[in-house]
Design a protein around this ligand. Structure first.
Ligand code: SF4
Length: 351
């Protein structure tokens, strides 16, 4: 009889966005024989997922694809899609550790996702969590100290394996217990994506989204302006999934403390706004092609005239002296004839 002990097959929960880093991490774990339960979290701020949900097309006119599903299929594992958007909204409006350069609460976001992953880890009786993080890649959440804070706050000390960067960090429990071969883990650090692209070539991974592409609206400068403007004009900081989508759609103009105008930029945005109308007044040009425009907030005559002048300015009748604009609420409809607004006004109101 052999005296050699059979090594137990480790099991892990892997956070999979479908980007290159998390795909590589997943593949490295599979190559070490780990049984992987991949999860993809939908937060309501994922750029691709929002656009997919709205049926938008990419620059090549193709529907956006779910990168996590595609990546999991490529690596040969199943992925669980988990919608965490409702609770995530509450975290986003008051993050304990604050925001990064834009509206990105990266530290709280990682803690939130890892706590969710921990619940799944306990449920499926996995040994550890796998992420595609790289030490030094992101200024807010992927430096050594914040990574330790995140690990502690999520109750996962020693339980997070970061295959791409593991040898640049302290060994995880899985490495200490020899469930994983540390020598086969990576030691990538820093912001350059070249090492990941080289590793992808070595592993034969060819199909992945642009490594530098932004994935989260919250990290986008223009989105952040609208996000803070919106929250700053509320009595109580609160955000819904609908608010998050509307903030990502159209040109936004603040015309009063309680009033905003949103103008669709193209047909797809008009459709997105149309399907997300709440209590807003709907404005549209009667005689020309033009954007769907929403007036959000106080609907007094002055505000309606400003919103109508914006609707006129962005339509095909923008060079006319007067344009007829339809105004619709849930229970009323009328027409206002108005001159398109001046460019100086656009700059004054634009968020
Ligand atoms: S960029 Fe967005 S998704 Fe990524 S950690 Fe920051 S808040 Fe979370």
């Amino acid at each position: 009889m052999s005296s050699k002990k059979t090594k137990r097959r480790p099991k892990a929960v892997a956070l999979l966005s479908g980007g290159l880093d998390s795909t590589l991490a997943l593949r490295m774990m599979k190559d070490q024989g780990v049984e992987v339960h991949a999860v993809n979290f939908y937060t309501g701020f994922c750029v691709v997922e929002s656009k997919r949900g709205q049926g938008r097309k990419n620059s090549k006119g193709e529907p956006y694809r779910n990168e996590a599903l595609r990546a999991a299929a490529d690596v040969g594992v199943e992925v669980e899609l988990v919608d965490i958007s409702k609770e995530y909204m509450d975290m986003v409006v008051s993050p304990r550790f604050g925001y990064g350069a834009n509206a990105n609460p990266c530290i709280d976001c990682r803690i939130f996702m890892l706590k969710k992953a921990r619940e799944i880890m306990e449920e499926v009786e996995a040994d550890f969590i796998v992420t595609g993080e790289v030490l030094g890649q992101r200024p807010m959440s992927q430096r050594r100290h914040p990574m330790q804070v995140i690990e502690r706050a999520s109750g996962l000390e020693g339980k997070i394996v970061r295959p791409l960067t593991a040898r640049s960090c302290a060994p995880s429990d899985a490495e200490k217990e020899a469930l994983l071969d540390r020598e086969k883990l990576g030691k990538i650090t820093g912001r350059s994506r070249k090492p990941q692209m080289q590793l992808a070539r070595e592993l034969g991974i060819e199909d992945y989204p642009s490594p530098a592409g932004g994935c989260c609206y919250l990290a986008d400068e223009s989105y952040a302006r609208k996000f803070y403007d919106y929250l700053d004009h509320l009595d109580e900081r609160h955000l819904t999934a609908r608010d998050a989508i509307v903030l990502a759609t159209g040109r936004h103009f603040r015309i009063g403390n309680r009033t905003k105008v949103i103008v669709g930029r193209d047909e797809e945005e008009n459709r997105v706004l149309e399907t997300h109308i709440g209590s807003e007044t709907r404005l549209f040009a009667r005689d020309f092609r033009g954007p769907l425009t929403l007036l959000q907030g106080e609907t007094n005559e002055g505000n309606l005239r400003i919103a109508a002048s914006l609707a006129a300015r962005y339509g095909d009748g923008k060079r006319e002296s007067q344009v007829r604009i339809g105004l619709e609420t849930a229970d009323s409809e009328r027409t206002l004839t108005i001159a398109p607004c001046f460019d100086e006004d656009l700059d004054r109101w634009r968020i």
